[in-house]
Design a protein around this ligand. Structure first.
Ligand code: ATP
Ligand code: F6P
Ligand code: MG
Length: 585
């Protein structure tokens, strides 16, 4: 019997099945598909059954229409979504990509919306009177705005992996999961599909450019500053840099000439809880808030439904909403944008991705991540000192990562003090001859001490499942750090070898920190660009750094699933080289 894998995506999936189907390293055809307006679930069959679509949302359907319906064998092309015999496949691919990344704009709903010259001057000097050396360009030639046709290169593709290694992955749904998708971005020219980390769209590994919209101030704006009431809301968990972003949004809004700026307290809850009043914001209020961690406005999980939020926006006269948060918050922001469109409200909803876990797709990194990795060094160093100073000392540090192991991997790389790094993307056994505990015994015998870094989501398959969820509906995991500590103690007792095991969980110490310099700069750029995006008339978008430049993305494209560490990436291989750890399977 062929093995079946089911993928479940939410409505934000847009055209991803094109890629999902298109980049299989071995041939798999779709044998069943069900879809509703909010969720689609796809079942794949390893055999040669033909593609049968039962029901598909419009945008998805248009993509599937391009999929060649044919039986498949492993000798055929490894990409069934594109007809490579079509001489125009590259152009079609790029057009489809351009379409997917088109930014929703107020003129979609209000075609007659009139623009006006921007009230924001990118160059605070007067070009005609400045002392710019040499040939200072004329004002009309050099104004420093972003042209709407400017693009940032995002080379992006999909690869399929054998998912024995991904049993715990948030996106491999079925227990018998055989396949999982990774989407990565890169700007490397791979001369061969066998090059390390190669992401090829076609069998020949052709270079296919994919562009996204450049972020920044536009020459024309679609909101009169005196008619704007802007609101900022911070949702989800804390993350270093929230105050930095709030500050930059306020400062930039004021530069455009906005005077009505408010903060919504305690996340989306602030839109429904009558006891919570909006916080007036100005440059004066936010001037020094970046000097401390947390959020000036407070955060929360859960809260009112989208309809109630939009009712409240209308009541308060808010027509620009800046939403700082992770994937859940962005799903909410996108739903608010859609609801505003449905009700024909001229509101710009702009997201700023806040995820300390760095698990938002397509972005180089999200703010807070850098600070988290830096702060994690303290915990790792303490664990190392404790372990090193004890007779047969073992230090265990648990680091954050609801879905992915980026913080653990990067903190391990940065510290150079970790012997074993365990992340959710790479399965491991604790017990058994090739398990973590046997290797710890070896380390104790050979080195005298050892330090383990374990990501929050790692090894959940070893623990009893919990049905608990937080107020936002996120699964609450069992504590893999505590479990590892307990099992380690038990194991060494059983084998009669002394071991002094110490466990550190620095999660909330890290999250509450103020942003470091690198995150401070990132927050500044993101906050400013969020405001430029709103004045440019975009809505339902978010902003991120992409190949070191800054870009706007339609929200659904970055939250369709969490970004994961690729176990075949150079970075994970570097991490393994650094720790020297073997496979634990
Ligand atoms: N699919 C969704 N549609 C609408 N709103 C949502 C959705 N998912 C989550 N939210 C709302 O977004 C807010 C934040 O969600 P969540 O607690 O999952 O944090 P997050 O934004 O993912 O950030 P973090 O990285 O800290 O988890 C909550 O108020 C929640 O109610
Ligand atoms: O304790 P809380 O607020 O529910 O948040 C825990 C989660 O938040 C994060 O720190 C991300 O914000 C995750 O790494 C973690 O799973
Ligand atoms: Mg989340």
């Amino acid at each position: 019997m062929p093995q079946t894998t089911t993928f479940v995506f939410d409505s934000s999936l847009s055209a991803n099945p094109c890629f999902l189907m298109g980049s299989m390293s071995h041939m798999i055809t779709l044998h069943g598909l069900t879809a509703s307006s909010t969720r689609c679930s796809y079942a794949f069959n390893d055999s040669n059954s033909r593609f049968k679509a039962l029901a598909v949302p419009t945008r998805v359907a248009s993509v599937f229409a391009k999929v060649k319906s044919k039986s498949s064998t492993s000798s055929e092309s490894n990409n069934s979504a594109i007809d490579f015999s079509d001489p125009d496949w590259k152009t079609k691919f790029k057009d489809d990509f351009e379409d997917r990344f088109r930014l929703p704009h107020v003129t979609d709903i209000f075609p007659d919306a009139v623009s006006m010259p921007s009230t924001f001057s990118p160059n605070m000097r007067n070009p005609t009177t400045s002392d710019f050396p040499g040939n200072y360009p004329l004002d009309e030639d050099w104004h420093g705005y972003i042209n709407d046709n400017d693009r940032v290169l995002l080379k992006f593709s999909v690869i399929f992996k054998n998912s024995a290694i991904f049993k715990n992955s948030a996106i491999a749904i079925a227990d018998t999961a055989a396949i999982v998708i990774l989407r990565l971005h890169q700007t490397i020219y791979y001369s061969s599909p066998t090059s390390a980390g190669a992401e090829c769209i076609d069998p020949g590994c052709n270079w296919v450019e994919q562009w996204v919209h450049r972020a920044g101030p536009r020459e024309k704006i679609y909101f009169h500053p005196e008619e704007v009431k802007a609101a900022i809301v911070t949702c989800g968990g804390l993350c270093p840099g929230l105050n930095d972003v709030i500050r930059q949004i306020v400062i930039t809004l004021e530069i455009y000439g906005v005077t009505k700026i408010v903060g919504i307290p305690f996340g989306y809850r602030g839109f429904s809880d009558k006891e919570l009043t909006e916080v007036p914001l100005s440059r004066k209020v936010v001037q020094n808030i970046h000097l401390s961690g947390g959020s000036l406005l407070g955060v929360s999980r859960g809260g009112p439904g989208v309809s109630e939020i939009v009712d409240n926006l209308k009541e308060r006269g808010i027509n620009m909403l800046f939403v700082l948060g992770g994937n859940g918050t962005h799903a909410g922001a996108n739903a608010i944008h859609n609801e505003c469109c449905k009700r024909r409200l001229k509101v710009s909803v702009i997201g700023v991705p806040k995820t300390i876990d760095n698990d938002i797709l397509l972005m180089d990194k999200t703010f807070g991540f850098d600070t988290a990795v830096e702060e994690a060094q303290r915990a790792i160093n303490s664990a190392y000192i404790e372990a090193h100073s004890a007779y047969h000392g073992i230090g265990i540090v648990k680091l954050m990562g609801r879905d992915s192991g980026f913080i653990a991997m990067h903190a391990t790389l940065a510290s150079g003090q970790i012997d074993i790094c365990l992340i959710p993307e790479v399965p491991f056994n604790l017990h058994g001859p090739r398990g973590v505990l046997s290797y710890l015994k070896y380390l104790i015998e050979t080195k005298g001490s050892a330090v383990v870094c374990v990501a929050e989501r790692a090894g959940q398959n070893l623990l009893q499942k919990t049905n608990a969820t937080d107020n936002s509906g996120n699964t609450v995991f069992r504590d893999i750090g505590v479990y590892t500590q307990q099992e380690t103690k038990k194991y060494f007792k059983e084998i009669g070898v002394h071991a002094d095991v110490k466990y550190i969980d620095p999660t909330y110490m890290i999250r509450a920190c103020r942003a470091n310099a690198s995150d401070g700069i990132l927050c500044t750029v993101l906050g400013q660009n969020a405001v430029h995006g709103a004045f440019a008339g975009f809505s339902g978008i978010t902003v991120g750094s992409c190949n070191t430049h800054y870009a706007y993305f339609p929200i659904p494209e970055v939250i369709s699933h969490p970004k994961l560490v690729d176990p075949n990436s150079r970075m994970w291989h570097r991490c393994l080289t650094s720790t020297g750890q073997p496979d634990f399977i």
